[in-house]
Ligand binder design. Structure first.
Ligand code: BGC
Length: 608
């Protein structure tokens, strides 16, 4: 596992001060409270994507038929039968009595004439679930066409009234795993891996977290069958699924998410050594037949059809083809090879196509983290953000990886980037200048946390052709940053570096550091729908499993020794030549690292 930053190191000369694309504006740049222009009209399509006893998912496509809106939009409607919004995306939802109000997300305050936004939500209903008959955009009643669709009927009218939906109500007892829901984490438990749970519970104080759900990593072909390794133990994929089915059946809601990590690409982890894999750069055939096809044949068994199965697809692969290839100064020869032979794109699209064809599978693709691809720029050589989104979009249509097979993306997998910095933003001014430009920690990154990054990446991915209903996951297993060194307030320093360094909760030496970080703690506990557009906070990396050995340790897993895991290493161009910040005495990646587990508990935030 490696998650590397591309340090732009753009020197702070005026001549190079090209501003990032406005669409990527971060919080504060566009204030949603600003006075909005009046909207003279709008068109709304209200679509119930799925409905089950007591619950439903809906998307609302709103097109502005009036003047361009530049300072924030508000959409309102009334529910006629007591329905309630449980969780929304692509907008900030609130409800007072029957009245639902959706305000623009901070990253999408503008709505040009003819432009469309697509807020959506999961709701609850009781008795009946008629569609709203009237919508207002910035206070103006939508007089354009209002249409209402459901899985079983479509009605439309050209006046302000609309027919109600007659969506079929799917009984959840016949097929609890389906039909696919918008957010598989809502109304469901998540699989607790008994093997990780045992290791965690055996640590002093570990029982406080041992019942948390963590990812099951299929980090080599033998892990599909259970290879007896210290952490993956003897349980293979089918054993885990059998256990997951038991956990599901024991739940009152009968719903369980099973998370596993697909992580075995040819030439894996091309920019680092700690998690190099078993397949050589050109062994794409073996990846397909010995790995993905075998996984697919197990996951598709009818006995698992009631589970909501979430594969997290290939950590650290595609962004490496953007940031760590020639002619960038951060280029690594192995990444050039993987870009040239196309086997990352081939393998990832093959996995998406095969797994996505299974009715109860929800694919999430790994999308790095803000400290790696949070730099968006109109200048190609400084742009990681848009280029990565385009790289993901290049998967679409290949090997059956159509957009209906991609449910979302996951950020921060096995990394340490904080969700949000509570005390400062990259737009804060110190000496009249935004710290984005002047503080070394930020170094022109557009973000200082994963929530902002994941939200903006989600919007960009939709622009690049992914479905507007995609959701994001954020791995919070090790991004807590509590403990004694956590700042408690914004710094009052008057130079940018001190200001940021004293204010930030992420205590790494540099954002490119990724291996066994000293000072880190467990982060937010796994949670469904924590923010609009974010399907869940998840613990994909099982806390306590090493990122890589701090000295060379011979092994038969294909794992190399990466000096980013050596605490004495003073770094390279990919971490701005900083100390690695890694803990000493670490075992090979994936192996149990008791001292790290203890430190992660001690520094947990929220505290345990
Ligand atoms: C390792 C895998 C391991 C995973 C989860 C990765 O860094 O390479 O072997 O399964 O972490 O701990």
């Amino acid at each position: 596992m490696s998650l590397r930053t591309f340090v732009r190191s753009r020197k702070l000369t005026g001549a190079l001060a090209v501003t990032s694309v406005a669409a990527l504006s971060v919080a504060g740049v566009v204030a949603s409270t600003a006075t909005a222009n009046a909207a003279a009209g709008c068109r709304v399509a209200y679509s119930i994507s799925s409905q089950w006893q007591g619950g439903f998912g809906a998307n609302v496509t709103v097109t502005n038929l009036g003047d361009a809106i530049s300072g924030g939009w508000t959409l309102e409607w009334d529910f006629a039968a007591g329905q309630t919004v449980q969780q929304g995306w692509n907008g900030n939802f609130s409800q007072s009595g029957a009245r639902v109000t959706v305000r623009n997300p901070s990253w999408a305050a503008n709505l040009g004439t003819g432009a469309t936004v697509t807020p959506g939500f999961n709701g609850a209903w009781n008795g009946s679930n008629p569609a709203p008959t009237q919508f207002r955009l910035n206070g103006t009643i939508c007089t354009g066409n209002i249409s209402t669709t459901s899985s079983s009927s479509t009605t439309s009218s050209s006046t302000t009234s609309s027919s109600t939906t007659s969506s079929s109500t799917t009984s959840s007892s016949n097929n609890p795993g389906g039909p696919k829901v918008d957010n598989p984490y809502v109304g469901a438990g998540v699989y607790v891996n008994p093997q990780w749970s045992r290791l965690a519970a055996a640590e002093p104080g570990g029982s406080r977290v041992a019942n948390q759900p963590t990812g099951v990593w299929l980090d080599r072909t033998s892990a599909i069958h259970g290879n007896g390794s210290p952490t993956t133990g003897t349980m293979g994929l089918a054993d885990h699924l059998n256990e997951a089915e038991k956990q599901r059946a024991a739940r009152a809601d009968g719903q369980l998410v099973f998370q596993f990590v697909v992580y075995n690409l040819p030439g894996r982890d091309c920019a680092a050594l700690a998690s190099n894999g078993e397949l050589k750069a050109d062994e794409i055939g073996r990846y397909k037949t010995e790995y993905i096809d075998v996984i697919t044949s197990i996951v598709s068994r009818p006995e698992y059809s009631k589970l909501r199965i979430v594969p997290v697809i290939e950590i650290d692969s595609l962004p490496n083809l953007v940031t760590n290839v020639s002619p960038r100064p951060t280029a690594v020869a192995n990444c050039d090879v993987m870009k040239a032979n196309g086997n990352y794109v081939e393998g990832v699209s093959y996995a998406l196509g095969k797994l996505g064809a299974i009715g109860n599978v929800y694919n999430y693709i790994d999308a790095g983290h803000h400290g790696w691809i949070g730099w968006g720029d109109v200048v190609a050589e400084y742009d990681n953000f848009y280029a990565s989104a385009k790289m993901f979009a290049s998967l679409l249509g290949k090997n059956g990886a159509t957009k209906d097979k991609i449910h979302g993306f996951v950020t921060n997998t096995a990394n340490y980037s904080a969700l949000e910095e509570p005390f400062w933003t990259v737009d804060d001014l110190v000496g009249g200048r935004p710290v984005k430009e002047s503080a070394t920690w930020v170094d022109w990154n557009d973000f200082n946390g994963e929530v902002g990054f994941a939200t903006a990446m989600r919007a960009e991915l939709v622009k690049q052709g992914f479905d507007s209903s995609i959701g994001m996951l954020i791995d919070t297993s090790r991004n807590g940053w509590g403990g004694p060194n956590r700042p408690t307030a914004k710094s009052t320093a008057t130079n940018a570096n001190d200001y940021v360094n004293q204010s930030r909760i992420d205590r790494r030496h540099q954002k490119g550091n990724w291996c066994n970080q000293a000072g880190a703690g467990m982060g937010e506990r796994p949670k469904a729908a924590p923010k609009p557009g974010i399907d869940a906070y998840v613990w994909i990396k099982p806390p306590g499993e090493s990122d890589g050995s701090s000295t060379q340790i011979p092994n038969d897993e294909g794992k190399g020794f990466d000096r980013m895991c050596d605490p004495t290493y003073t770094g390279n161009v990919r971490n701005g030549n900083n100390l690695s910040g890694a803990l000493a005495n670490a075992p090979v990646s994936g192996h149990w690292f008791s001292a790290q587990f203890q430190e992660l508990m001690a520094n947990a935030y929220p505290a345990l």
